[in-house]
Design a protein around this ligand. Sequence first.
Ligand code: SAM
Length: 247
Amino acid sequence: MTTNQNTILLPEMKEIWQETLNWQPDKTQQQIFQSIYDEILAVNPHLNLTRITEPNEFWEKHLWDSLRGVASLLPSVNSPPKIIDIGTGGGFPGLPVAVIFPQTSVSLLDSTRKKITFIDQLIAKLGINNVETIMGRSEEIARQKQHRQNYDIALIRAVGSASVCAEYALPFLKIGGLAILYRGNWTDKEMEELKPGVKQLGGEIESVEQFTTPLSNSIRHCLYLRLISPTPAKFPRGVGVPAQHPL
Ligand code: SAM
């Protein structure tokens, strides 16, 4: 894709990538990030994909934050993992993950048709061929045979409370699979409240990582939930129930 006069350039931040994630984008990956940014900015007034449009903020809160949750993990995974991003919106965190880990297969799920249509057009335009999209509610899709217990990693950011995210994510995982819940603040009290629900879903909280974002020093947490036994068939509950009556 070409840049034109009106393009707002994303920063490269090579040193920060290197220092924080021990990785930096090559020229092609930087161009793809730029194109994702350009395309999101172009449709954002109509589709309302994100309120984060300023280039440094987009870099930090969409690109860096998306990759921070998985960067240390994916290089050590042996066989190419199957990943699902639940409530992906404009493609975060799943799309940057697919760009830098072309060996993964990434499914981007959202219940809003116009967002999925946008992502379909975007991946076709950019030639990203390790991404597929799924349109629907997580509570329904997770009951479909081809999706239930079918993924190694489930990503979920800004979709609901931690308990709701756990109920959405764990039914998609194979035994031994990992759900990564991207959170802002996280307290011991929230941790205690989350534990019983995760147990009911067949999982355990394996670890919680706290970090600060590199430009604005905002607090972030990633919760890593491991599925240790099959999620009982009654989960996820019907559409809307996890949010109305969290476990
Ligand atoms: N994950 C993206 C991010 O962090 O930028 C988007 C977050 S946006 C606040 C929440 C998204 O989750 C929306 O696009 C919404 O359509 C989707 N969503 C909410 N509940 C859902 C559900 N039960 N199943 C599928 N998608 C859902």
